[in-house]
Design a protein around this ligand. Structure first.
Ligand code: NAD
Length: 345
């Protein structure tokens, strides 16, 4: 397939690009290169004849029309988004513009291209979304595909809005869409403002390791390469108009995840004192969702997906990767807002 991937210079998009090219697909990476992007993420495939890069903002409809006409993709995987909840609290506008308006422009550009090309049933518009659209769970229960939407941050509200647009374009115009909602990802190339890399990098630089609130917020962790594998599976085998929840059934309280990372570092790069002694509880994020948990039964039973990596193995790989790739993360610490406490409102 020739796949147009948006946001392919980001964390998850680049994992999709690397995996798709390695499996023989052609990829056109459409990315505006915001503060969160890093072209080094796709360096392993940049010289492949099956890879092309388009420096385009998804809010630029004319540029999107040109990209569709020039590359004639068989499918779209739409990942480009503003993705950091703390930044959405300080500046929600960018989240509305890219995640809502940008998705609208992507849908319209895809629809125009698909219509002009004869409305092929084989075309796919795969929208990549998050479990955060479902809101916050109590002590028990899991999100299924039928859980009502209840977003509570500007980020999750903008993603929920984009999900609704995608469903509307399926129902109203017949565009062949699929939708996925995934839990928290971690792994190599994770931008150093997100929890897992923040913990690793604060720890090894001897700084306080910040944990929001009481550390009791629960997230459901999935290794990014397992997410990329699930996304390609849904693209190839998912039923049109259907949505799939993706998660690794690895629930952990933030404080326990942070302690596991510290213990992994104690093993891989021992310091004079255990890294966990650097943990500090800090002011909580406003509207901080308490618990997310994904029920992945549909993708497992209908499409036969299974994650390949346990959370212990994935965290080992991730910590090792950051220890071995300082030349990747060091320059990113200089980018605007990275390393600062954001989103305290
Ligand atoms: P990221 O912030 O690492 O990367 C986003 C990419 O999109 C960047 O390369 C950026 O340059 C690009 N981008 C942003 N605005 C753009 C615009 N206007 N035009 C073109 N490109 C633009 O994000 P990520 O963590 O890789 O997340 C990718 C997608 O997956 C997002 O849609 C996100 O909502 C979703 N998601 C993320 C997680 C997670 O744990 N990170 C979980 C579930 C779903």
């Amino acid at each position: 397939m020739k796949i147009l991937v948006t946001g392919g210079a980001g964390f998850i998009g680049s994992a999709v690009v690397r995996l798709a090219v390695s499996r023989g697909h052609e990829v056109v990476n459409v990315d505006a290169l915001t503060y969160a992007a890093c072209l080094a993420n796709v360096a392993p495939v940049a010289d492949s004849g099956r890879y092309a890069f388009e420096h385009v903002d998804i809010r630029d409809r004319a540029a999107l029309d040109r990209v569709f006409a020039q590359h004639k993709p068989d499918a779209v995987m739409h990942l480009a988004a503003e993705s950091h909840v703390d930044r959405s609290i300080d500046g929600p506008g960018a989240f509305i513009e890219t995640n809502v308006n940008g998705t609208y422009y992507m849908l319209e550009a895809a629809r125009a291209y698909w219509t002009a090309a004869g409305r092929s049933e084989g075309f796919r518009f795969h929208h990549i979304s998050t479990d955060e659209v479902f809101g916050s769970l109590g002590e028990t229960g899991k999100f299924t595909e039928d859980t009502p939407y209840d977003p509570r941050s500007p980020y999750s509200a903008s993603k929920a809005a984009s999900d609704h647009l995608v469903r509307a374009w399926r129902e109203t115009y017949g565009l062949p869409t699929v939708l996925t909602n995934c839990s928290n990802n971690y792994g190599p190339y994770h931008f150093p403002e997100k929890l897992v890399p923040v913990v690793i990098l604060k720890a090894i630089s001897g700084q306080p390791i910040p944990v929001y609130g009481d550390g009791g917020n629960v997230r459901d962790w999935l290794y990014v390469e397992d997410h990329a594998d699930a996304l390609l599976l849904v693209l190839e085998k998912g039923a049109v108009g259907r949505s799939y929840n993706i998660g690794g059934e690895n629930e952990a309280r933030n404080i326990d995840l942070v302690r596991t990372i510290c213990a992994t570092l104690d093993e891989l790069r021992p310091a004079a004192r255990p890294y966990a002694e650097q943990i500090r509880f800090v002011t909580d994020r406003p509207g901080h969702d308490r618990r997310y948990a994904i029920d992945p039964t549909r993708i497992c039973t209908e499409l036969g997906w299974r994650p390949s990596v346990t959370v212990e193995e994935g965290l080992q790989r991730t910590v090792r990767w950051y220890l071995e790739n300082e030349s990747w993360w060091r320059p990113l610490l200089e980018r605007d807002g990275v390393g600062e406490r954001l989103g305290v409102a």
